[in-house]
Ligand binder design. Structure first.
Ligand code: SF4
Length: 421
């Protein structure tokens, strides 16, 4: 389906009565959806039914996801004014899905100085940012306490900015480098100004899949250990999934189950961010390990609708990704369970360098307009989902329209390939 057809498709679902859509769904899907609407927890088998739903089954799932979203978090579409800073693209890890990493001798490798990063933070603040999202490649020549020192540098000049930084992969690397245990290391980062951690580097939380994607990457047990340690220390994280590559539907549902179980114990996830795999400039695609992914649309609606219903009552903020899907399709997912439009980012080329074409900055005006087109109202929020009614992002975050991404040299990282997350 092209974008207009997808638009018509979600509009028809929105206009149709729930009963009519439920009547057309198959008995298994109908039973699962009914249970979810009654706020009962879905089983993995029910999750699988929803994630693989097509036709009338998928239409009913989308309708129920939209209703659950309205009941659980209301109609406002939240977004954060933030800036991505990917401080280095030098990385030895070699994830097969990554188009961002460089070897240090490559002509376009970079490692920003502290002053360059400070300039970016200052610029972001002047443009209304409340958050810096900071991730980087895993640089084997990194100074031992670089992550801590970056936080201190930024907080020393700009104490008001929220720093959302360092994926579990970076935390593992940083802690091992200085031979510290995770609780001690994360507490040190928290004291230096770390506000929250992106739950990236999750990809699919299954070691057999991870072995194909990147055998040097943080394994499932370590990812869970770092995330739950952060939660125990009062450092919230996001949660992500990367879908549409070598994984099976069962892997996705197991991933969702694991996140739901963690959340029941810690309540430390602020949001869930599904991230479509962007294949073009990746080794995975070049080697033929993945074929051309399915066209944008059905798979994304399956992902978002299932996430809303499967995580219901545990993780209630579901973030769409305009970086992965493009602004217009991301807006349509607001009718399939999403309530958050992610951030302005100001710079994003992780996805661009993997072949994404959505651009690297979306203005507040564009988010507001897209939300309005979906019959909703956009509201700025903080990283931790405090609504910032009445705050008006000045100049830079407002008038600029989406910038197309050239293959350029800027700031960006790819653990999870996220715009941030
Ligand atoms: S995804 Fe992150 S860790 Fe993996 S190769 Fe790319 S930059 Fe390195």
């Amino acid at each position: 389906m092209n974008l207009q057809e997808l638009r018509n498709y979600v509009d028809e679902i929105e206009a149709a009565p729930l009963g009519a859509l439920m009547d057309k769904a198959g008995p298994g899907v109908r039973a699962a959806l009914k249970r979810s609407l009654e706020r009962q927890e879905l089983t993995a088998e029910e999750g699988l039914l929803l994630y693989t739903a097509e036709g009338d089954d998928l239409s009913a799932a989308i309708k129920c996801a939209d209703l659950a979203r309205a009941e659980d978090v209301g109609g406002e579409v939240t977004y954060v004014v933030n800036r991505n800073i990917n401080f280095t693209n030098i990385c030895f890890v070699g994830c097969q899905f990554c188009g961002f990493k460089r070897q240090r001798w490559e002509s376009d490798a970079y490692d920003h100085s502290g002053q360059a990063i400070l300039n970016k933070v200052g610029d972001a603040l002047a443009r209304g940012a409340t958050e810096i999202c900071m991730q980087g490649g895993i640089n084997p020549e990194m100074p031992d306490f670089k992550y801590r020192d970056l936080l201190r540098t930024i907080k020393g000049s700009y104490p008001e900015i929220h720093i959302h930084a360092f994926s579990p992969m970076e935390i593992m690397f940083g802690a091992r480098r200085v031979r510290m245990e995770y609780p001690e290391y994360i507490a040190m980062l928290r004291e230096a100004g770390l506000g929250s951690i992106p739950g990236t580097a999750a990809e699919i939380l299954d070691d057999s899949v991870r072995e194909i994607l990147s055998h040097k990457k943080v394994d499932v047990a370590t990812w869970v250990d770092i995330i739950t340690t952060a939660h125990a220390l009062g450092v919230p994280t996001t949660a992500t999934v990367m879908y549409g590559h070598v994984e099976s539907p069962r892997h996705v549902v197991n991933h969702l189950s694991l996140l739901r179980d963690i959340q029941k114990q810690t309540h430390g996830f602020t949001e869930f961010v599904p991230l479509r795999f962007i294949h073009e400039n990746t080794v995975l695609f070049r080697k033929g390990l993945v074929s051309e992914p399915p066209p944008k649309g059905t798979l994304d609606f399956q992902m978002y609708a299932t996430s809303r219903l499967f995580l219901r009552g545990q993780i209630n903020n579901l973030q769409t990704s305009w970086v992965k899907l493009g602004v217009e399709l991301a807006a349509l997912t607001l009718k399939a369970g999403c309530n958050d439009f992610s951030g302005t980012l100001m710079e994003e080329s992780i996805t661009a360098q993997a072949g994404g074409d959505a651009g690297e900055f979306v203005a507040v005006d564009v988010i507001e307009e897209q939300a309005r087109a979906m019959g909703r109202v956009a509201v700025e929020r903080s990283t931790l989902y405090k609504k910032l009614y009445g705050k008006k992002a000045p100049n830079g975050a407002r008038p600029i329209t989406t910038v197309p991404s050239p293959q350029h040299q800027a700031d960006h990282h790819a653990c999870g390939g996220s715009g941030c997350g």
